[in-house]
Design a protein around this ligand. Sequence first.
Ligand code: HDE
Length: 713
Amino acid sequence: MKKQENKKQPDTDKIADLKKDYKDKTGKPLTTNQGLKVNDTNNSLKSGERGATLLEDFLLREKITNFDHERIPERVVHARGSGAHGHFELYKSMDKYSKAGLFTDTNRKTSVFVRFSTVAGSKGSGDLARDVRGFAVKFYNPEGTWDLVGNNMPIFFIQDAIKFPDLIHSVKPEPHREIPQAASAHDTFYDFVSLSTETLHNHIWVMSDRGIPRSFRMMEGFGIHTYRLINEAGKSHFVKFHWKPLLGVHSVTWDEAVKINGADSDFHRRDLWDAIDAGHFPEWELGFQIVPEEDEHKYDFDLLDPTKLIPEEMVPVIKVGKMTLNRNPENFFAETEQVAFLPGHIVPGIDFSNDPLLQGRLFSYRDTQLSRLGSPNFHQIPINRPIVETHNNERDAHMQTSIPKGKTAYFPNSIGGGCPHLSKISEGAFHTHEERIDAKKIRTRSESFSDHYSQPALFYRSLADWEKDHIAGAYTFELGKCTYPHIQERMLYHINQIDETLAKKVAEGLGLKIPKKIDQPVNQAIGADADVEKHQPGKKKIYLEKDPALSQANTRFESIATRQVAVLVADGFDMKAYKSMKNALEKDGAMPKVIAPHGGTIKCDQKMDHKVDAAIATTESVLFDAVYIPGGKKAVDALLKEAKFTKFVNEAFKHCKAIAADGDGERLLDNTFVKENKKDNAILINAKPEAFKKAIAKHRNWDRMEIAKNIPV
Ligand code: HDE
């Protein structure tokens, strides 16, 4: 991740297009929407100084009417999100697999707009909910826009789109009292999950650290469904899309997540904005997992089943290019809120598979924009407008902003010279891959979709001990919030099918026994007339012992760029120690922030003033990745008088973060739980800044976990 000067970023094609709609009010007079200059926007027109307001007051009416209609419906799912602009560059031509311009032309800088989101919460909910994160990318191509609308987990909860309303109704706040907000830990969700065993794989991912990322910039992204790539010769390969963050995949702990939501519920939104604003542009590599058509049936799972991933051990990810996000939106509503992603937005060289979840999505995303953005003309909104001209015979409708010329709006025509005219495939027209189909029309689920325990078990087996421990904690917390013992037991039964040790731990936490069997059928994902026995999930299969790519223990740990380091100081702090640490951290892109007993400025031992970034009363330990105490006798005496500094360090220690202290700084550590644990690898006392940097790059010292659990903060 390179630090770059934000202002110097050249405009992408899409930014140049958006600039046509920028409105800059600097130095401009206030006018009505008709351009009339206004001399008073503070007083309405009245019948006398103390009289009633007059209906005539068009200024009042325009201002209030606009205000009354400011809100549009929030997204029915993924309501809370944050967006950014950037570009995608290809490493080398992938023409062997796809004829899409963005996968063949290495000279291209494809404009992108990305929106990250949580799923269940409303627009104003906290960023640190335990949830799936949306990872939606809009590629503005000269051949038309392609949307890759994915998540930060490689699989989904359900196998058929028709179940989506049920899934979402179960996780959203319960309908009678609209509780809880942005949380899956409640009765209806576990009722649904325990009766729909296809959900168990995505569910265990949500229970893992993937459900509480440290940053949007430190998440993987996945297209989830199997898609097709089509080359110039018309040959099709199956593909899964992956986004790999160059900063690695990192998460916070549940205790932090709960506290971050209170301390800064915009934590992820702010983190993305600030990083881009500071020139630390987040980057992801795009990867393909390619499966030749002839291998479609060679796996123990069905490629069309969106609850299954293809282990990277079986099909490696080929890195094909890099996406960089380097510009924040100008206006949240105009861009991030109004952007409309549709999996059906496709370009030649990419095509859909028959995944029944994807097929349903192809309907839903266009449909939902009609109530959210209000008109089939939503594609004319600047952020949604393709970078190429569009022409067809669709006409009129609400908020039509273009002025199509001519007499004809139908095809074929001769009056309009046959225009807009059709194009040949050789001229770039889209052509659906001609798949041979010989089948009955039937409402059912393929039996090949019935294996529901093998992949959650593979995921769990592939994790490090600390990750497994977090999962046990998450299940215990979530199921502990479920008030029906029969649902808790049903869940324990399923967890036991995934892993017996895990089930034992969770059962202990819940104070329940693991049932040997439960009321059949468990898989109610089938219709009333289906053969119930046939669709029961079979016992887990082990076709691969472990897939290292599934564990965050195997991610990248090289960089400390953008890591927030709290520097705890008071008047008289040791400037020499501070400067040398600050310079060393900043050299590698970390962001030291001065935290002091009060705001404004603070004096070092050289009597110089230093700007305070946050008064201790206004910030919390959970907002930082590491802590440094530069020392200075007078300063540390002052820090010891303020209990929140001690709490700050104890929390950082509990959350397994790197902590460094120089000189007198050690006295603050001696007032905390660090005192008994100075041999810890990520506790650095009078050590070289390099050692501290190494510890920060490791993200957390999970070896401390057992001690950390007993820290009562
Ligand atoms: Fe979505 N989803 N979804 N979803 N989804 C929406 O579209 C839907 C699914 C995803 O930042 C909605 O414009 C159905 C899978 C993201 O604007 C809606 C089904 C994946 C976003 C919708 C799914 C996603 C959405 C709500 C089951 C990962 C946010 C607003 C068939 C591959 C995009 C909107 C943004 C948003 C429907 C399942 C990802 C209602 C019916 C699987 C990232 O159309």
